[in-house]
Design a protein around this ligand. Structure first.
Ligand SMILES: [Zn+2]
Ligand SMILES: [Zn+2]
Length: 231
C-alpha cells in the first residue's frame, strides 16, 4: 500500500474503531458538538468562586483583593464532566474545545498576554500521559493569536499532594507550593491569565496570584473551567 493511501485511511479506521461522540448529547462526530459548546458558553456562571456571591463584571464586592475571575460553570454540570473526562480518562481531543470555550468567555486584551497554567504535579503528568492545563493553555494561545503566549513561569516548589489534606492544611501547603521561575521576566504591562481546571478551596490559585504579584505582575486575571461546591 503506498504511503499516501495509508496516511489518509488510517485515521478513518481509527475513527471507526473508536468514534468520537459528543460528551454532552452523545451525537456522533466531535467530542463536543457546537450546540453543546454554545450551551456551555451561554450558561457561564457569574458568581465569585471564593464566597459564592453574585459577581459583577467578574469581580466580587467582598473578595476585592482577588483579580477578576472568569468561571465557566459548575463541576456538577457538563463542563465538570468534560474536565473529568479530559483529566482522568486522558481524552486529549477535549483540550481544543475546552480552549475554545475559554476563548469565548475571556476578555480580549490589547496588550501582550501570557497564559500561565497552574503547574500539575510531575507524577500526575506521567500517570495521565498529558499535562492537561498546559495543553489547554497552548490551544488557547494559538486561538488568540500573536499577542498571546503560554508560559510555565510558575513552578511547583515541591511535590506536595493536596488530596486528603484538610482545608487548613491545604491553605498552608498551597502558600509555599509555587515559585516563579528564575528564568521568567515579569512585565507589569503584560496581562497574566492564570489558568486552572477546577476551583475547590481556591488555595492554589490564591497562592499563585500572590507569587505573581510579588514578582511584579500588575495585571492578572483568573480563568477557571469548573467550580466545585463541595467545600
Ligand atoms: Zn452535543
Ligand atoms: Zn467573593
Amino acid at each position: 500500500m503506498p504511503n499516501s493511501v495509508k496516511n489518509t485511511t488510517f485515521p478513518k479506521l481509527l475513527d471507526l474503531l473508536a468514534p468520537h461522540y459528543c460528551r454532552g448529547c452523545e451525537r456522533l462526530g466531535e467530542v463536543l458538538c457546537n450546540r453543546c459548546k454554545n450551551n456551555i458558553i451561554a450558561s457561564q456562571l457569574q458568581i465569585c468562586p471564593n464566597c459564592k456571591a453574585k459577581a459583577k463584571n467578574h469581580r466580587c464586592q467582598k473578595c476585592h483583593t482577588l483579580p477578576p475571575i472568569y468561571l465557566v460553570g459548575e463541576r456538577s454540570s457538563l463542563i465538570g464532566n468534560l474536565v473529568h473526562d479530559y483529566k482522568y480518562h486522558s481524552t486529549r481531543a477535549l483540550a481544543k474545545p475546552l480552549a475554545e470555550i475559554l476563548d469565548k468567555i475571556l476578555p480580549n486584551t490589547t496588550n501582550q498576554a501570557v497564559i500561565v497554567p497552574l503547574p500539575t504535579i510531575d507524577r500526575h503528568i506521567r500517570e495521565r500521559g498529558l499535562d492537561h492545563t498546559y495543553l489547554i493553555a497552548k490551544h488557547l494561545a494559538k486561538i488568540r493569536g500573536k499577542n498571546y503566549q503560554t508560559s510555565k513561569l510558575l513552578l511547583r516548589a515541591k511535590n506536595t499532594v493536596q488530596v486528603g489534606a484538610n482545608r487548613s492544611m491545604r491553605l498552608t501547603q498551597a502558600d509555599s507550593a509555587y515559585v516563579v521561575s528564575s528564568k521568567a521576566t515579569i512585565d507589569p504591562s503584560t496581562t497574566y491569565i492564570l489558568l486552572d481546571d477546577v476551583w475547590t478551596t481556591g488555595a492554589s490559585m490564591k497562592a499563585a496570584v500572590k507569587k505573581l504579584r510579588q514578582a511584579g505582575a500588575k495585571d492578572i486575571i483568573i480563568a477557571i473551567l469548573a467550580l466545585s461546591r463541595l467545600d
